[in-house]
Design a protein around this ligand. Structure first.
Ligand SMILES: [Zn+2]
Length: 55
């Protein structure tokens, strides 16, 4: 399972996403848009993958 903490992306935020790659990216995309008003682009997607951990 993969896990991403929003905090690791430089946000003061306790959100975390876990699941397979598709689920994590979908959850992060929805969270980023709703909470941080950010639409994921290639650069952000790379950053998300960079802080993604295998758990
Ligand atoms: Zn967040």
């Amino acid at each position: 399972m993969k896990q991403v903490f929003c905090r690791d992306l430089g946000n003061d935020c306790d959100f975390k996403a876990a699941g397979n790659l598709e689920e994590v990216m979908a959850a992060v995309a929805a969270h980023a848009e709703q909470v941080h008003k950010i639409v994921l682009n290639d650069e952000i997607i790379e950053a998300v993958k960079g802080v993604m951990k295998e758990v």
